[in-house]
Design a protein around this ligand. Structure first.
Ligand SMILES: CC(C)(COP(=O)(O)OP(=O)(O)OC[C@H]1O[C@@H](n2cnc3c(N)ncnc32)[C@H](O)[C@@H]1OP(=O)(O)O)[C@@H](O)C(=O)NCCC(=O)NCCS
Length: 380
């Protein structure tokens, strides 16, 4: 290593590195605060809807009533999947739903007449189309892999209610639709998280929105990012009853393994999104006569209290997986649901990247072999 190399500071995982400015998402990890375009996530979760939040993210302002109606109509009109996409879903239907979603989003590029147009207006239109198409892909796959035909969208239903309708083939209760709507608001955007960063890296090369969102879906599929909700539910099932939670945490920590649904790259306080889903778990597990799930989660929070002092607190996925489970949604659809909510966030990140585009190309410090002569294959 040269003297110059020794002076280089490496930021593994780009921890704490600012790579650009953004006017979309404000996160204060220490205080546990999150805002979209200046609006508190708590106000949005309690008072907004997915459609309104989507408008806010994509256009930067809350809509008037007329603007929201027009935007919602645009989202509903975009609930169309080309027949070729259904064929692709059929072909790969036995794969994990995230692999199916990634494949189908990538394939949508072939059917979108504006695919190569990276102008602001066309990218926004494509973002709106993808926002409506991603839930259709997830729902169609769920039907097809169970030997049923996809359920056509219902133009009378909101984004969240229609997603549940297409997924289950029956109109959801108002409460179930509202909880899914809140879940989507909470997941709509989250700054330069791994999937949004992946989308920005792709957009940085001037590739198109479909390519960027395909990368976003790929990055989201890992357990350290979107996969946590799925793992939290498995963990709750494995623990089985609240009295075993402390022992579970002890053995995980003894093996230096993370407890799923805790910890976050940015938050050192409780993830501000968690409380809105916690209320949902509490209510649903009580109403459905399965109070053990809420009790197990609360026992885990109690057992993790010593780590909370060091900034390892619950994140949104800790509760959202159990909400999906209590709604009868299969575990492997938990991450795709996150993706359904996140399309507006990916879109707006790509829009910002295109506005003032630059190739994202950091450096790695070489620590491999010293220069050495090439030896021909016969002499190795
Ligand atoms: C999300 C996550 C990858 C963030 O990791 P990170 O920013 O790299 O943070 P680190 O892994 O450096 O953690 C810092 C410290 O907290 C501890 N920690 C982090 N997450 C933890 C968890 N879930 N359970 C127990 N301890 C945890 C680490 O062991 C580390 O302790 P150490 O300094 O003694 O080694 C990590 O917290 C995790 O794997 N969580 C579980 C998966 C999850 O819920 N993901 C969803 C995120 S929304």
């Amino acid at each position: 290593m040269s003297d110059d190399d020794a002076k280089i500071e490496i930021h593994r995982g780009l921890k704490g590195v600012y790579f650009d400015r953004s006017r979309v998402c404000y996160i204060d990890g220490r205080a546990g605060e999150l805002r979209y375009c200046g609006y508190s996530i708590h106000d949005l979760a309690e008072r907004s809807t997915f459609e309104e939040t989507c408008y806010l993210l994509m256009k930067g302002e809350l809509p008037t009533r007329a603007a929201l109606d027009a935007f919602s109509a645009e989202l509903r009109a975009a609930r169309i999947l080309p027949p070729g996409i259904y064929d692709i879903i059929r072909t790969v239907k036995s794969a994990h739903p995230m692999d199916v979603l990634r494949t189908a989003v990538s394939a949508l590029a072939a059917f979108d007449a504006e695919v190569a147009d990276n102008s602001h207006e066309a990218t926004l239109r494509k973002g709106i189309r993808l926002t409506s198409q991603v839930p259709m892909i997830v729902a169609a796959h769920e039907q097809l892999r169970n030997g049923r035909e996809p359920v056509p969208p219902n133009p009378k239903l909101s984004h969240a209610a229609n997603f549940l309708y297409m997924l289950k083939g029956a109109e959801p209760s108002a409460d179930a639709a509202k909880l899914m709507d809140i879940d989507m608001v909470l997941h709509a955007e989250h700054g330069s998280n791994a999937s949004a960063f992946a989308a920005r890296v792709v957009a940085g090369t001037e590739a198109n929105l479909h390519a960027a969102i395909t990368a976003g879906v790929a990055a989201l599929s890992g357990p350290a990012h979107g996969g946590a909700a799925e793992n939290v539910m498995r963990m709750a099932q494995q623990i089985g009853d609240p009295a075993s939670a402390a022992e579970y945490v002890k053995s995980k920590r003894a093996n230096r393994e993370p407890v799923m649904g805790f910890g976050h790259r940015v938050y050192r306080a409780e993830d501000p999104r968690a409380r809105h889903m916690r209320a949902g778990v509490e209510r649903l597990s009580r109403e459905m006569g399965q109070p053990q799930w809420y009790q197990i989660l609360e026992a885990l929070v109690e057992a993790m209290k010593p780590y909370a002092r060091h900034g390892v607190c619950v994140n949104v996925d800790f509760y959202s997986g159990v909400v999906y489970f209590l709604n009868g949604i299969p575990e492997d659809l938990f991450v795709p649901i996150f993706a359904v909510g996140r399309v507006p966030g990916w879109t707006v990140q790509v829009l910002e990247q295109f506005e003032n585009n630059i190739l994202i190309r950091p450096l790695t410090l070489y620590n491999g072999a010293e220069p050495r002569p090439y030896v021909s294959i016969e002499q190795r």
